[in-house]
Design a protein. Structure first.
Length: 112
């Protein structure tokens, strides 16, 4: 089965503007309420709910990438990869509870 690669349709300038705007908004909120931001950031790495949400987002993104992008020499294994991504995402969410949020943020950073 031949997959036509669909890639992102954003240019680097647009992505830079969006990321810059998100950073300005996030840092502005942290400057406006520093104590609440500090408490939230200290609890975030061990937050089970945030970790689960972020690892599922990373799994969905990985599944989308594996199903839509050209995998080159691994295209023959696409069906195995598409089966493995949800299974590994669920296993990670269930059995890797220590600092799951930090791990999921790392995976999202790698995907970005």
């Amino acid at each position: 089965m031949d997959y036509s690669p669909r890639v992102y349709h954003f240019d680097l300038h647009t992505v830079g503007l969006v990321v810059g705007l998100l950073l300005v908004l996030a840092h502005g909120a942290a400057l406006a309420r520093p104590r609440q931001s500090q408490r939230w950031l200290q609890r975030l790495p061990r937050s089970r709910m945030a970790g689960t949400v972020l690892i599922v987002a990373a799994g969905v993104w990985s599944f989308w990438l594996a199903s839509n992008l050209d995998l080159g020499e691994f295209s023959g294994y696409r069906h195995l990869i598409l089966m493995a991504v949800p299974v590994l995402t669920a296993l990670t969410a269930l059995f890797v509870q220590d600092l799951l949020t930090a791990r999921a943020l790392g995976i999202l950073a790698l995907l970005a």
